[in-house]
Design a protein around this ligand. Structure first.
Ligand code: ATP
Ligand code: MG
Length: 423
């Protein structure tokens, strides 16, 4: 019986991985320039961490977590998102004692037991960033400017930024009550999920994808119109800074994030090119989270980008695998020995070089060289070795010359290095 992978958990194969590496390298570069440093945290945490931060009544905690007991009986969970583990680590290692402002980013797999479909998987990957210690609206705008810039440099097509404010512990409770009252009048029109959660998590109803729920809540009160003065001023300043930085956005009053810890500014990056799974990044402020998790009362803001969805968007424009600089084709034992030594020496010097290892015919070796799209082929035959020469074939030019074995390696190195430096 063949053992296959787990449903909803994908392999990322060579041919696809180049796109992923490009997305990751670009993130390191862009985030690095904005002053972020990488943090790596484990993929498993104590279950309590997610219940306390994400919230008991959210979809993630209610039905999407991979939770199990380890051999010691501790309840553990494969991380469904990155912010809670990063905050746990931030508090545990007192990173705030080193610097009043922390800018951190992470890259890695997340796990949610959802129904697998295009753009929605059970193991998926996020690149996320967090700024801790600044509540100034400039930072909200800068985070969004960085995110937009990242999508511009990675050439993600058709991206639109939507922003909203979810208020704070001062203004949200009253709004929540008003919303519950509004929903009470329309219970019959809501789906079963929303009928169940309209008191425990009424904001979630605004985010429900069921058409009946959308229609029933068209006239629902909006958080934006019920913000306290502090939240309202903050939101207006974020918008002013975004305008000043030429970051395009629209305000979406119905955007509700599915995690309880968000306060004030929340946002999503939406693409028109992915069908139902149209969010490619999302995030917001979480000014109460660090204190709730037992740390100091520090504000925070962050986002997470869904890498599978970016890879889907870039899927058409595959990045070609790297071209070998040299393929060494050999004939006879002495040729193979000399070729293998030259191959290893070039590889040690950082040159992508290849050969056929199992004594195939010259024709088969050349076929393989062609398949690998190599730039040059060096043919090392026994007669040629005796004469102290080799044939060097340039594949793009279809030209060939006989060259001296003396100084062969340094000539190849000079030529390849001057080409790659000049390119
Ligand atoms: P969605 O509304 O699509 O379920 P979400 O609000 O649950 O997204 P977040 O928790 O905010 O998503 O995660 C941020 C990003 O991570 C999403 O915008 C999306 O790109 C990606 N993402 C979330 N869940 C999945 C998943 N199951 N498979 C692939 N990508 C995902
Ligand atoms: Mg979700």
């Amino acid at each position: 019986m063949n053992i296959t992978g787990i449903k909803g958990m994908n392999d990322i194969l060579p041919g696809d991985i180049e796109t992923w590496q490009h997305l990751e390298e670009q993130a390191r570069q862009v985030f690095g320039a904005f002053g972020y440093r990488e943090i790596r945290v484990p993929v498993v945490e104590k279950t309590d961490l997610f219940c306390r931060s994400i919230g008991e009544t959210t979809d993630i905690v209610e039905k999407e977590m991979y939770t199990f007991s380890d051999k010691g009986g501790t309840s553990m969970t494969l991380r469904p998102e990155g912010t809670a583990p990063v905050m746990r680590s931030f508090i545990q290692h007192k990173l705030y004692a080193q610097d009043p402002v922390s800018k951190l980013y992470y890259i890695g797999p997340m796990f949610r037991h959802e129904r697998p479909q295009k753009g929605r998987y059970r193991q998926f990957h996020q690149i996320g960033a967090e700024v801790i210690g600044v509540d100034d609206p400039k930072i909200d705008a800068q985070v969004l400017a960085m995110l937009s810039h990242y999508f511009a440099t990675t050439k993600i097509p058709d991206v639109a930024l939507q922003i909203n404010s979810l208020g704070c512990p001062e203004c949200r409770p009253d709004y929540r009550e008003a919303l519950i009252k509004f929903l009470e009048q329309r219970l019959q029109a809501l789906c079963a999920d929303c009928q169940r959660r309209y008191t425990s998590n009424p904001l979630r109803v605004l985010d429900c994808k069921v058409p009946g729920c959308k229609e029933a809540t068209i006239e629902a009160p909006a958080m934006l119109e019920n913000l306290c003065i502090g939240c309202d001023t903050h939101f207006n300043q974020v918008k002013e800074h975004l305008d000043a930085l030429s970051v395009d956005y629209t305000v979406n009053q119905r955007m509700v994030r599915g995690l309880d810890y968000y306060t004030k500014t929340t946002f999503e990056m939406i693409t028109g090119s992915l069908g139902a799974q149209n969010a490619i990044a999302a995030g917001g402020r979480y000014d109460g989270l660090i204190k709730d998790l037992g740390g100091p009362a520090l504000p925070g803001i962050g986002f997470a980008i869904g890498l599978e969805r970016l890879a889907l968007l870039l899927g058409e424009q595959r990045i070609a695998p790297p071209r070998p600089e040299l393929f060494i084709a050999t004939l006879g034992e002495a040729g193979t020995k000399a070729g293998f030594a030259l191959l290893t020496s070039l590889q040690r010097q950082g040159i992508l070089a290849e050969m056929e290892y199992t004594g195939k015919s010259l024709k088969a070796q050349l076929r393989r060289a062609d398949k690998l799209n190599t730039r040059r082929v060096l043919i090392l035959g026994e007669d040629e070795l005796e004469r102290g020469v080799a044939q060097l074939r340039y594949m793009d030019e279809s030209s060939q010359e006989e060259i001296d074995l003396n100084g062969l390696e340094s000539r190849l190195l000079r030529e390849i290095n001057s080409e790659t430096n000049g390119a």
